[in-house]
Write a protein that binds this ligand. Structure first.
Ligand code: HEC
Ligand code: HEC
Length: 200
């Protein structure tokens, strides 16, 4: 029976396999559990879209100043830019680490700090994006640094710039929850087939 079913399925599959136009193979069908997956995603996106994370995950060349401690949302002062070399470390003469050290300034509105402070690549943008858009980005290896979801979870748990989001220094609202709780939410979401919400 099984062999027969497989043989019967072959002719239908063959034309697909023959189409070698470089398009990605269709994802294997996962059992998607929306009831477990969507609440897990909401916990994750509450972190990613929070100002402590999104201020560094922008699609243009300017880090943002946003969140309660800033009042109005605006581009980073002092004409700070991503950097002509697109590295995210700033333009020569105004590198991020001229002001942002390895630890937070002790003063409110002083420069926050973590090792190797720099802007996330433009393709990893979340600032101003919808939950559905952020969800599509985070799952796309072309735009997430070639990471599996397991690797995304580990990055969130262990990376120093991410960790800063929960230790942002005086006067700054931390991201919700903790690195460990976000790691666990990504694992739950992934086990539930990593569903994304409907676009707004
Ligand atoms: C100071 C800037 C900065 C802050 C703040 C920051 N990030 Fe990032 N983030 C980066 C950089 C730079 C990369 C690219 C690192 C790489 O690919 O190796 C990155 C990459 C990532 C990635 C992997 C790529 C992707 O888009 O899937 C995740 C996940 C991530 N950050 C999560 C967070 C979370 C969660 C927070 C807040 C708690 C945060 N980041 C705060 C700079 C920042
Ligand atoms: C001339 C000094 C200076 C330079 C250079 C600089 N920053 Fe800043 N940055 C600051 C100060 C000061 C603050 C805090 C302002 C406040 O709290 O009112 C800040 C805040 C930020 C924030 C907001 C953090 C939050 O509260 O969420 C981000 C993101 C940021 N900087 C990224 C960068 C990046 C990326 C670079 C390099 C491309 C850079 N900065 C270069 C001084 C600087």
């Amino acid at each position: 029976m099984l062999a027969l079913a497989a043989a019967a399925a072959l002719p239908a599959l063959a034309p697909l396999a023959a189409q070698d136009d470089g398009a990605a193979a269709p994802e294997p069908a996962l059992a998607v559990d929306l009831e477990r997956g969507l609440p897990a995603w909401r916990a994750i996106v509450a972190v990613l879209a929070h100002p402590r994370c999104a201020n560094c995950h922008v699609e243009d060349n300017r880090p943002r100043w946003s969140g309660p401690s800033y009042g109005a949302t605006r581009a980073h002062a002092f004409n700070v830019r991503r950097g002509a070399d697109e590295s995210g470390f700033g333009n020569p003469g105004l590198r991020c680490m001229t002001c942002h050290f390895e630890t937070n300034s002790a003063k409110p509105h002083g420069p926050p700090g973590a090792p190797s402070w720099h802007l996330a690549p433009a393709e990893m943008a979340w600032f101003g994006k919808s939950s559905a858009e952020i969800c599509a980005q985070i799952k796309d290896p072309e735009r997430n640094g070639g990471r599996s979801l397991a690797e995304i979870a580990v990055h969130v748990r262990d990376d120093a710039l991410v960790g800063w989001g929960w230790q942002p220094g005086p006067g700054r609202e931390p991201a919700p929850g903790s690195a460990e709780a976000t790691f666990a939410a990504i694992e739950r979401w992934s086990a539930a087939g990593a569903p994304c919400p409907e676009p707004d």
